[in-house]
Design a binder for this molecule. Structure first.
Ligand code: IPM
Ligand code: MG
Length: 357
């Protein structure tokens, strides 16, 4: 099969890790007789430098014309002082919205080979965990009305959260369907004791739960969820939550795996076109030094094969190659966490995975 992939390398370590994932995709295509065509577009800080805009129209058009999008990371200190709507991060929100990517799948699993790297106590880690966060991605407070105004105490800034029935229903549907394909357990996370949007969220989720009698459904308040994630992560299978809560909890979930450099994500909409990116950021401190861990981006490419192209066997093959390389003891610097051993560079790690493939 032939697919067109838009590459948004972005800033910091973005170009290095995307190059690694492209090498892995090319090797996979060769092995299974597919053809992937790659076209790069600018996004984030590099786009600001070249065009003055974090998300040039050409990038949006290129992504819309592609079968799927692979993204590295955006942002860095150089662009940190720009106004909100000119920041590199704005491009991420913009491209998600332009492509209609309302679902963000963020798996967080403990790799047995890396359990030492988890900051959690051994007795908690020994139970293992493998959870999937389904985060609503194009609504809520990140997209609500915002600005400055005169308030009770003078000038104030404000952001607002709104969720429509439609937006909650469509993310709920994805979450229940995801649970059906996994261990049939879904926990919806909200703040229904305070927020009106959460109360509507809960009402809709409850109604939908009736359509999925096989799914063991429950609600959890977000503050409790933050605690439960470190106390007993094994209790979670699928989590569904709003844009902001999902943003925060997915960082927490990635941290307890001990290896944020391993975690992939998929952003999906109503079509098969998705955007795939590592959960970690642009890591400007190590950019251009060939030190980055390419695995999260490689695993994001595997998710692309699985979710957008229907190539499950190929995706499995990449995921297994990553497992094997880790089990053989190969580590990039982030995975050593100050421990013993000589870390592999980004390109060396990529080579190891290519060898197994
Ligand atoms: C993420 C990031 C982004 C988000 C920012 C950079 C806009 O934190 O992908 O989690 O909040 O979605
Ligand atoms: Mg985030």
């Amino acid at each position: 099969m032939e697919f067109n992939i838009a590459l948004l390398k972005g800033d910091g370590i973005g170009p290095e890790i995307v190059d690694s994932a492209v090498a892995v995709l090319e090797k996979t295509a060769e092995k299974f007789g597919h053809k992937f065509n790659f076209t790069p577009y600018l996004i984030g800080g590099c786009a600001i430098d070249a065009t003055g805009e974090p998300l040039p129209q050409e990038t949006v058009d290129g992504c819309l014309a592609s079968d799927s999008v692979l993204l590295g990371a955006v942002g860095g200190p150089k662009w940190d002082t720009l106004p909100g709507n000119k920041r590199p991060e704005k491009a991420l929100l913009g491209i998600r919205s332009a492509l209609g990517l309302f679902t963000n799948l963020r798996p967080a699993k403990l790799y047995p080979a890396l359990k030492e790297a988890s900051p959690l106590r051994a007795d908690i880690v020994s139970k293992g965990f493998d959870l999937m966060i389904v985060r609503e991605l194009t609504g809520g407070i990140y997209f609500g009305e915002r600005g400055y105004r005169e308030g009770k105490y003078g000038e104030e800034a404000y952001d607002t959260e709104a969720y429509s029935r439609m937006e909650i229903e469509r993310i709920g549907r994805v979450a229940f369907d995801t649970a059906m394909k996994r261990n049939k357990k879904l926990i919806s996370i909200d703040k229904a004791n305070v927020l009106e949007t959460s109360r509507l969220w809960r009402e809709i989720m409850h109604k939908m739960a009736e359509e999925y009698p096989e799914v063991e459904y429950s609600d959890m308040l977000v503050d409790n969820a933050a605690m439960q994630l470190v106390k007993n992560p094994a209790q979670f299978d699928v989590i569904v939550t709003s844009n902001m809560f999902g943003d925060i909890l997915s960082d927490e979930a990635s941290q307890i795996t001990g290896s944020i450099g391993m975690l992939a994500s998929a952003s999906l909409g109503a079509t098969t076109r998705g955007m795939y990116e590592p959960i970690h950021g642009s890591a400007p401190d190590i950019a251009g030094q060939n030190k980055a861990n390419p695995n999260a981006t490689i695993l994001s490419a595997a998710m692309m094969l699985r979710y957008s192209f229907g190539l499950a066997e190929e995706a499995d093959c990449i995921e297994k190659a990553v497992d094997k390389v880790l089990e053989a003891g190969y580590r990039t610097a982030d995975l050593l966490g100050g421990g013993e051993g000589t870390p592999l560079t980004c390109t060396e790690m990529t080579e190891k995975i290519l060898e197994v493939l």
